[in-house]
Design a protein around this ligand. Sequence first.
Ligand code: UDP
Length: 472
Amino acid sequence: MDSSVRNLRVAILSSPGMGHLIPVVVLANRLAAHHNVRVTVLQVTTAVSPPESKLLDLPLHKDLVQIIQLPPVDISHLVGPSTQVVTQLCLMVREAVPVVRSAIAAMESRPDALFVDHFGTDALPIAAELNIAKYVYVPTTAWFTALTVYCPVLDQEIEGEYVDQLEDLRIPGCKPVRPEDVVDPMLDRNDQQYDEYVRMGKQIPLSDGILFNSWEDLESKTIQALRENQALRSVVNIPVYPVGPLRRPVEPAGPTSEWISWLDRQPNESVLFVSFGSGGMLSAEQITELAWGLELSCQRFIWVVRPPTRGRVDDAFFNVGNSSDGTPNYLPEGFSTRTRDVGLLVSMWAPQIEILSHSAVGGFLSHCGWNSTLESITNGVPMIAWPLYAEQRLNATFLVEEAGVAVRPRELPTKQVVGREEIERLVRSIIEHKEGQGMRDKAKQLKMSAEDGLGRAGSSYKSMCEILSKIG
Ligand code: UDP
């Protein structure tokens, strides 16, 4: 525990939704448990994203962390059916600024700093009003952070859609971004969410510093560019702090969990875990190809299955029928019977961190959400990168080309259906072949460097101490 920063108090603003709340709570717990900071998490809620009942499941540092769910804000008059996610999130936070201000005013004592996630930059002026420190927490990579703060420059330099560019997008000192890998809000420059994203890129550098959920060893080149590259510094002239990898802890599995007794019976590093995050869904055609690909590979798997995005809308979450052998009717007939000895299907949701930490798991076919990515790397598990939305294409390219811990389909799965033969090849390469073993070794090295980074002598730990010494 860092005694030099005893008694500090920080408020962290989380944008709506569990996907944004979880990384904020993980950060809050870390600040409390390792740095003795008292943290109040302020969560923005709306009528469409009501206070979360799942909140009760989030383990909180019991003495020092509290979550306050702010009164819901109404953005119905500002949005239409085609309003995109980033626009909605930014509007929700913008509308919530008065209730954030009131909530902070009502706190027992004034916080020493306000942290916001990257959708919350509109709340930064509250910190200025109170004359307290203000930081932005980007719960993903340094590379995403660099792209975001440099986007206002790209906006001036580049004409036409980014996805139509013939050359990669250059960010000074950083790995260039392939046009097809741009984040969702950069896909259509005429959509309001692009304007919101550019605005975010301009507002982040108005804070006192940026925290991101990565670590020095993982992204040394990008972090160095953010610190030293003159051209990049001209847009983001504030300190940057890699404080990760921050992730939820492993919860002990119940003795009767079906998946754990199944995994216990499988050989070491032999099972592929297949899951697409909290909301990722595939088309009916893609699900069929994935099922056949898994079956053809003859490898062991646990697959978190969900109904397809198209068709059966009424059944989307419930009442999906099964055929007589228990195969959900959106999978090829008889799939469960034919794969009975090697596969386990889990419907909708599985305890992902617990599964990835089991010694039988040898690979992860993942949508490359950053939480899933960290959960995989910190368990030394290599990946098949299958990006779907948000910044996942960027993450996938990073994992394949920089970190060397993933393989991927030849074409982006968002561009074309990945066929069964290619899936078979990818699965075999990660579980069965030498290539997979090499990536597993690399992932294990990263796991160790992650642990070092978080340890008392580590760079992520020191980053956090540095921030707190500036606040205190
Ligand atoms: N998750 C889980 N079980 C599931 C699906 C997801 O526990 O069946 C968790 C996963 O461990 C991760 C989070 O949900 O912590 C998903 O976050 P990520 O950033 O990977 O993707 P997102 O859902 O935000 O796209």
